[in-house]
Design a protein around this ligand. Sequence first.
Ligand code: C2E
Ligand code: CA
Ligand code: CA
Ligand code: CA
Length: 279
Amino acid sequence: AKELGRNNYQLYTESMNQKVFQRLDIENSLRRAVEREEFVLFYQPQIDIRNGKIVGFEALLRWYHPDYGLVPPMEFIPIAEESGIIVSIGEWVLKTACMQNKKWIDSGLEPHLIAVNLSARQFQQNNVVEMIDRIRCEAGLGPELLELEITESTAMQDLDLTIDVVNQLRKKGIRVSLDDFGIGYSSLNYLKQLPIDTLKIDKSFVRDITANSKEEAIAKSVISLAHKLNLTVVAEGVETKEQLLFLKEEGCDKVQGYLFSKPLPAEEIEKMLREKERF
Ligand code: C2E
Ligand code: CA
Ligand code: CA
Ligand code: CA
């Protein structure tokens, strides 16, 4: 049934009219998706490059639409963002991720960091810090086990606001990571003004890393710059051993990608943690 749903979804995108209709339709179903419990979080391990240990997870949103089947985040997150629905979806994501992380700890597993993506809209809400800290607190999760990922483009929209919000989160003991680094309009100069903890090198750089390419040079200099600023560096989208080797040689701190694991449902992550803590 899920396969059929997916085919339907593709047929549906054919004409312009249908596109507009489909967009409204998605918007309407998005509004009800939280209460209808159509969202699920998947988790992708983040690995300490030095010893292969799982040190954290990134929570990634999945939507099972009753007619279309699994809708990829790229198809609905931009719509949720534009319509503002992302604010309530984002609260659900944060709450679910914090509660899941707490549950793993309560079941006797070693504590891990949970990284949650924050959209630009959420980040610009004027009570964003209170919202995050309240949800974290209600879940009973230590602030040091939560990390928020904001993209470089979100951060750059209003640098003063970003510095202020990141500082407030820091004061609460919550970490902040700069996601998709390298694809935006990065003036490396603003980095030193941002009190973040972590820099995530975008997977477009990781993909072309081995070929003696520009990407390789960029990845190298991003890692060394980040370390000079005392930031932890995470490389995302690591798919090959060659990429891993290069990143290891350059001193990247953590890696995330299909080479280790795809994003998986909570039950499969729990199984993984019980069977092995090391790659
Ligand atoms: P992102 O934050 O950059 O997340 C990383 C994406 O790379 C994920 O795609 C992940 O599944 C994928 N990925 C991980 N390892 C590999 C790999 O080795 N190779 C390749 N090719 N891809 C890999 P996903 O789950 O489809 O999410 C896409 C984007 O949707 C995310 O990009 C993020 O921008 C957004 N997103 C996902 N969940 C949330 C959420 O809860 N809130 C918000 N605001 N955005 C979200
Ligand atoms: Ca992310
Ligand atoms: Ca990313
Ligand atoms: Ca990305």
